[in-house]
Design a protein around this ligand. Structure first.
Ligand SMILES: *Cc1c(COP(=O)(O)O)cnc(C)c1O
Length: 242
């Protein structure tokens, strides 16, 4: 039955994406409920997040720290888990350590060390995914696969972080990168068995266009924007820094 006071379009899109996820999970022969939905709300107004929250969505991903903080202030009455999925500069780590529940985009030790040192004592450890640059030589975002074991080995010892898994943003249509990330995840767990204590259970991959392929390749968390909210409004000028 539909929850009360949820705009029809939000509820319909949320139900359609949830059904698409469960269909892909079933087609892959995976356990029902094994893939979580992260709603990517960059450039979307706080009201759109509120509507999706009313439909039952609790995890939201933002790319830009300043934009996220403004929405957190508007939505302080809601129980939302906030995920940072965009690049993180060292001058923004403190507020991220204080305000977010997850960071999917850690790609160097310096950022991880700052997040651990700055995570407030009264909060649980910050959940971390390491972003891996599988297939994009032109992009500076993401750790190259050759450096990943050393980075993971160092990050897993930081006291105020919990290293949960890996994240990738492949080139559009590159499904081979999805399988490559899943293999990288399994290999890393075999080489660093102590990771399973964290627990190292997250493969953050799949967006509106490739979530089905990502789930077939083993994704545990799909990051979906357009299919949930409709097309993104044009970026506001204050969201390009971060
Ligand atoms: C914008 C974004 C998404 C969502 O993309 P859609 O195609 O709108 O679903 C997912 N992950 C990251 C890192 C993004 O920046």
């Amino acid at each position: 039955m539909a929850p009360d006071h949820v705009p029809d379009a939000s509820l319909a899109r949320w139900q359609a994406v949830s059904a698409r996820i469960e269909a892909a999970v079933a087609a892959a022969g995976r356990a029902a409920g094994s893939v979580s939905l992260l709603a990517v709300s960059k450039f979307q107004p706080a009201d759109a997040i509120r509507a999706l929250h009313a439909a039952g969505q609790h995890d939201f991903g933002e790319n830009y720290v300043q934009e996220a903080l403004a929405k957190m202030a508007e939505l302080a009455d809601l129980d939302i888990r906030w995920h940072l999925i965009g690049p993180l500069q060292s001058n923004k780590t403190r507020v991220v350590a204080e305000r977010f529940d997850w960071v999917h985009s850690v790609d160097r030790l310096k950022i991880a060390e700052r997040l651990s040192a700055q995570r407030p004592e009264q909060l649980p450890p910050l959940n971390i995914c390491l972003q891996v640059n599988i297939d994009d030589e032109d992009s500076k975002a993401g750790c190259v696969p050759d450096d990943l074991e050393a980075l993971a080995g160092a990050v897993m010892t930081l006291p105020r972080l919990r290293l949960r898994g890996l994240m990738v943003i492949p080139r559009p249509g590159n499904h081979a990168a999805l399988a490559a990330l899943a293999k990288t995840h399994a290999d890393l767990l075999a080489r660093l068995p102590a990771l399973s204590q964290q627990p190292f259970d997250t493969l953050s991959m799949g967006m509106s266009d490739d979530l089905d392929a990502a789930i077939a390749a083993g994704s545990s968390c799909v990051r979906v924007g357009t299919a949930l909210f409709g097309p993104r409004p044009v970026a506001a000028s204050n969201v390009t820094e971060s």
